[in-house]
Design a protein around this ligand. Structure first.
Ligand SMILES: *Cc1c(COP(=O)(O)O)cnc(C)c1O
Length: 369
């Protein structure tokens, strides 16, 4: 009997990986490349439209969840448990796609600066039946999680499958190795010019680590400009390289023809930028707010202030400095642009959420969607 492999570039290149690692189809791929000649002072801006990666909800988490939820299903889990900040796109994406494949979702969420999208994401997750837990500090996460897992085991006999913050395990990160192969296929078939740089936010680091591995493997001359949007304790060069190493090792164990790339080769394609972060995670900088406005008005792209706005402000800065005048710069759009509130007919009252989340609906929000 021949089993058809899912059509993903990582699996096409490494069929043994395709046969052996878990997968459930969720995404609409490949995502288009959209070219803007001369934009902002760059030779060319190419936008990789991962905001078309899913029907109901898009952005970079959909690619990761194909593997992460694939594993949960393969292992017979009934529930997944994941982490994030209160407005986490990852938690919401997991809520939506877990439900689609018949899994319950539990989210353990940390405080963050308030914004409209925090309200929107919390209400949608709650409406979908996700069990939301508010924790007040990073140090409380492990204890809360242990408590939830223990009570689950007593009640149902099963522990929920744990998905790390941002979906950035070695498995989740592999989906972005595949995403880079997808881009390379588009370059080779003439649908897109090879970028000199790819601008992308650095959060839980899976997106950046996966792209960097892919670039080394296909031999592009591209640099990943990773714009840090989380505290340096959580996202930095050393941790990114460690995650990349873990990912290579995992894939090498599945298929020995997948190489474990030496650290210095990964380091040479990676450039981490710290100066667009501002004061804290989720706090919009003036540059980020301006970048969101320009993306909307000039490119009809729907960005937000926490991730894509900060990364795009790095591109705008470099372009305005004249650094990109003879270059092709890619902006990898990691943000969702689907109107999931309408698609899912979200109807929920915040008073029904756990008390710790009420403040997001009662306190002021930062300017911007
Ligand atoms: C999660 C997220 C990121 C960060 O990606 P990581 O793989 O966690 O580094 C970037 N942009 C948006 C919109 C996200 O939701």
């Amino acid at each position: 009997m021949t089993v058809e492999l899912p059509d993903r570039p990582l699996f096409n290149r490494f069929p043994n990986i395709g046969k052996r690692i878990p997968f459930t189809p969720l995404a609409t791929l490949p995502t288009p490349c959209e070219s803007h000649e001369g934009y902002g002072g760059a030779g060319q801006l190419v936008v990789k439209r991962d905001d078309f990666s899913g029907q109901v909800y898009s952005g970079n988490k959909v690619r990761k969840l194909e593997l992460l939820l694939g594993r949960a299903l393969e292992e017979g889990a009934k529930e997944v448990l994941t982490f994030g900040y209160a407005g986490s796109n990852h938690s919401l994406a997991t809520s939506i796609y877990a439900k689609q494949v018949g899994l319950r979702c539990i989210s353990v969420l940390l405080p963050q600066p308030n914004a409209q999208y925090v309200r929107r994401n919390l209400l949608a997750s709650f409406f979908l039946g996700t069990e939301l837990h508010h924790v007040s500090s990073v140090s409380a996460v492990a204890l809360t999680t242990a408590r939830i897992v223990a009570s689950r085991k007593i009640r149902t006999g099963f522990a929920p499958q744990i998905i790390p913050a941002g979906g950035s395990s070695a498995l989740g990160t592999s989906s972005f190795v595949s995403a880079l192969f997808e881009l390379n296929d588009q370059i080779e078939s003439g649908k897109c010019d090879a970028p000199d740089r790819i601008y992308v936010p650095l959060g839980s680091m899976g997106t950046v680590a996966g792209l960097a591995i892919g670039i080394v493997l296909v031999g592009l001359k591209t640099k990943v400009v990773a714009v840090r949007v989380v505290d340096e304790r959580f996202g930095n060069a050393q941790k990114t390289l460690k995650l990349a190493h873990k990912t290579c090792t995992m894939l090498h164990d599945v298929d020995p023809s997948f190489p474990v790339i030496p650290e210095q080769e990964l380091r040479s394609v990676l450039e981490i930028r710290d100066e667009f972060f501002g004061r804290q995670y989720g706090e919009f900088t003036p540059e980020s707010i301006e970048a969101v406005r320009r993306a909307r008005e000039e490119l009809s792209l729907d960005f937000e202030g926490t991730y894509s706005g900060k990364a795009f402000s790095a591109f705008l800065h470099d372009a305005a400095q004249g650094e990109l005048s003879d270059k092709t710069a890619m902006f990898w759009n990691t943000h969702n642009s689907r109107d999931f509130t309408t698609a899912l007919s979200v109807e929920a009252d915040y008073h029904d959420l756990p008390k710790g989340f009420h403040r997001y609906f009662e306190e002021d929000i930062q300017a911007l969607a």
